[in-house]
Write a protein that binds this ligand. Structure first.
Ligand code: FCB
Length: 460
């Protein structure tokens, strides 16, 4: 295949999230989060795995940053655990929690790695969960207070501030399907949470802006929704419906001034949207400087009156939509591998919502990597050729989008380390670095060495 060069200053990096890697669940005054509660509840997470220890990154961050530097990463996206900063979600700030991120940021900067902060990657303080979590409007206000407090400590050194990671998951998987914390199954709650998450973004973005933040954004996981049959009107209608519930419900209020009429109508059939108050949409629509895109696989749908729909994750799609099973070869998550979906998605967003620079804040794949026979003795190796193929395909797809004019600023691989993959626990390995959970030993996989080369060449 031909060699490809990326634009100068293309931001190469990797991503993680606090609950998935930090461990140290009770250290230095950290309060409990809804994910602590959820993962400690029998039956919620594979084999009862929790984030109590995870990759112990809280204590090993210096080693991990050294590894990032060795791989040549230019950027590192991590999330801040709100329950470390405000153990109860409101009230006094816990300086020891902030100290950790202070040390992490300094370690990154010392190695020339740009920190990219995510303020919320799903670990809501449990006391806010007890008060309704994201179904309670006050959570959005508390989020802005927490954002401002965190900026106050790190804002002098961190340039890029993103508010939420994948509010689709927080709302629909947390309150609709119940697969994620807090594990509710209530379509009305899911839509209420969507709005309050967006409001939380808007309030936090306003607070960050007022405090002087230069680059403010949000990360979504927009779906590349495709029809089973490109010539079927019924399938096109299914695409429109799913696109509304997955994509436009977030993209329109953030980037086009407010919710679309068809989405409002659909939501209105499930819950009276009294939670949308005057002024909310204006606040949510305040300009942002960056849109983070997480992409893993496309979504294929057909329009069928007997369709099972998408369950709690897509309220109101039963009796209208059939979600097609993914077609192999699949990753260890059972996800499809279709790099062209990334090109389509980036182009679609750049066309329909022009003017916002895009950053791929997550892309990667889980495979059941096993260390080679010589592991952990001599020269360790984990030959993850599937992952290399996945990453290479998606980098080519990203490059294709750039060559078609998309303003794509960078690519962050998910993930630096194998980690706690939410309801799947530790059985899914997304890392370019292998983690042995018994010894906490880190071993860069072949994909890490391959990525290191890509970064040093700024291309493929
Ligand atoms: C995304 C999450 C991330 C990780 C990947 C595989 O939805 O943002 O934390 O779990 O999926």
């Amino acid at each position: 295949m031909s060699s490809l060069r990326f634009p100068e200053n293309f931001l190469w990096g990797a991503a993680t999230a606090a609950y998935q890697i930090e461990g140290a669940a009770r250290d230095d005054g950290r309060g409990p989060s809804i994910w602590d509660t959820f993962s400690r509840t029998p039956g919620r997470v594979h084999q009862g795995h929790t984030g109590d220890v995870a990759c112990d990154h809280y204590h090993r961050y210096a080693e991990d940053v050294a590894l990032m530097a060795e791989l040549g990463l230019r950027a590192y996206r991590f999330s801040i655990a709100w329950p470390r900063i405000q153990p109860d979600g409101t009230g006094p700030v816990n300086p020891r929690g902030l100290d950790f991120y202070d040390r992490l940021v300094d370690a990154l900067l010392a190695r020339g790695i740009d920190p990219i902060v995510t303020l919320y990657h799903w670990d809501l303080p449990q006391s806010l969960g007890d008060r309704g979590g994201w179904t309670n409007r006050e959570t959005a206000e508390h989020f802005a207070t927490y954002a401002a407090a965190t900026y106050g400590r790190l804002g002098d050194r961190v340039d890029v501030w993103t508010t939420l990671n994948e509010p689709w998951c927080s709302a629909y998987l947390g309150y609709g399907s119940g697969v994620h914390a807090p594990g509710e199954q209530d379509p009305a709650a899911a839509f209420t949470a969507v709005h309050h998450l967006l409001l939380g973004h808007g309030l936090a973005a306003r607070a960050l802006r007022a405090a002087g933040a230069r680059t403010i954004g949000i990360t979504l996981n927009p779906a590349d929704v495709r029809p089973a049959d490109g010539s079927s009107a019924a399938d096109a209608a299914a695409v429109r419906l799913v696109d509304g519930l997955h994509n436009r419900i977030f993209l329109d209020p953030l980037l086009a001034g407010g919710y679309a009429e068809d989405v409002r109508e659909h939501v209105g059939r499930i819950v009276e949207p009294t939670f949308v108050r005057d002024g909310d949409e204006k606040l949510i629509a305040a300009p942002i400087d960056l849109l983070g895109i997480n992409y893993y696989q496309p979504t294929y749908v057909a329009g069928r009156p007997d369709g099972a729909g998408g369950g709690g994750a897509y309220p109101g799609t039963d009796g209208a939509v059939e979600f097609l099973p993914p077609v192999g070869p699949l990753t260890d998550m059972g996800w499809m591998v279709e790099p062209a979906g990334l090109t389509r998605l980036l182009e679609r967003i750049a066309t329909d919502y022009p003017g916002v620079p895009l950053l791929i804040t997550e892309n990667g794949a889980a495979y059941p990597d096993k260390p080679g026979a010589d592991f952990p003795g001599g020269p360790s190796q984990v030959l993850d050729t599937d992952r290399i193929a996945y990453l290479e395909g998606h980098l080519r797809a990203a490059h294709e989008a750039i060559s078609r004019g998309v303003d794509l600023r960078g690519y962050l691989v998910w993930s630096l380390l194998d980690n706690f993959e939410w309801a799947e626990g530790y059985r899914r390995r997304f890392g370019i670095v292998h983690v042995d959970y018994l010894t906490q030993r880190r071993t860069p996989k072949s994909s890490a060495r391959w990525y290191q080369e890509v970064i040093s060449r700024n291309g493929l």
